[in-house]
Design a protein around this ligand. Structure first.
Ligand code: G3P
Ligand code: CA
Length: 264
């Protein structure tokens, strides 16, 4: 993971493991992180939310139902939102059986556990999910991350990016943490005006691959930023993105992308 205009045009493509190696292990668990490292991902991506008692945990959906057994363990707590459970309650949940029985021991990791698991073995792409649901989460995030030696080392090495779909929130976070590179997520094609505006404060523009074409890649590079595309799981799409010159490909199958890059 590199940031800055000089690196943008010439760096090799980063292999970014989306929610870890989530095609082969339950997403956002430590098993998925460990597998991503075994699959030689350059960067591991995650999703971050906050519990009722203020702890930061790794979870994509704003409810716990899809990726844990919360409905069996706490049947009377509908709609099972992340923010309505304490960390101690969430730690009781099985976060792996929904994916495959051999992952039954997986638990929802805290952010600190996740950062320690990645350590210096890969870069970190951190995505606070729906930060508008968690007032002040930018302060919690900055405080917690600064206390983690692995995070500080990764920042110094240029191996951390914080990204969000909520661009106003991301700007607030960036004002608290000006030394941490940030990436703007887009589900639709960013306009030329948006790309120019982003270049005044962001280091990455990270759109859905299906929303863009090669011209978007060139426009982002022309404004000194990197572009990492998501979520690219098929070989033909991976090759297309690489041929366009993207800086990173975010995928559930980092081992497939690594193999394609090795052959190209
Ligand atoms: O890293 C990009 C991607 O994670 C954005 O979408 O929904 O998987 O968090 P989502
Ligand atoms: Ca994400």
């Amino acid at each position: 993971l590199t940031t800055g205009s000089a690196a943008a045009a010439s760096s090799p493509v980063d292999v970014v493991a989306h929610r870890g190696s989530s095609g082969a292990a339950p997403e956002n668990t430590l098993a998925a992180v460990q597998l991503a490292i075994r699959h030689r991902a350059d960067v591991v991506e995650n999703d971050i939310q906050r519990t009722r008692d203020g702890e930061l945990v790794i979870m994509h959906d704003t409810t716990l139902t899809r990726t844990t057994d919360v409905e069996q363990v706490f049947p009377d707590r509908a709609p099972w939102t992340v923010g309505s459970f304490t960390l101690a309650e969430i730690k009781q949940l099985d976060a792996g059986s929904w994916f495959a029985p051999e992952f039954a021991r997986e638990r929802v990791p805290t952010l600190a556990e996740w950062v320690a698991a990645v350590g210096n073995q890969a870069g970190m792409l951190l995505e606070p999910k729906a930060p508008e649901l968690y007032p002040g989460i930018e302060v919690d995030l900055d405080k917690e991350l600064r206390a983690l030696p692995e995070f500080n080392r990764a920042v110094r090495a240029g191996r951390v990016v914080v990204q969000s779909f909520n661009h106003a929130w991301l700007r607030t976070y960036k004002s608290l943490a000006p030394d941490v590179p940030v990436g703007l997520l887009y589900g639709v094609r960013p306009t030329p005006v948006e790309i120019v505006a982003a270049s005044t404060w962001a280091q990455q523009v990270n759109p859905a691959l299906g929303a863009i074409d090669e011209a978007t890649v060139h426009a982002v590079h022309a404004h000194g930023m990197e572009i990492h595309v998501w979520t690219v799981n098929g070989g033909a799409d991976m090759r297309r993105a690489v041929n366009w010159g993207v800086d990173g490909v975010i995928t559930n199958y980092p081992q497939v992308l690594r193999d394609i890059l090795r052959r190209s």
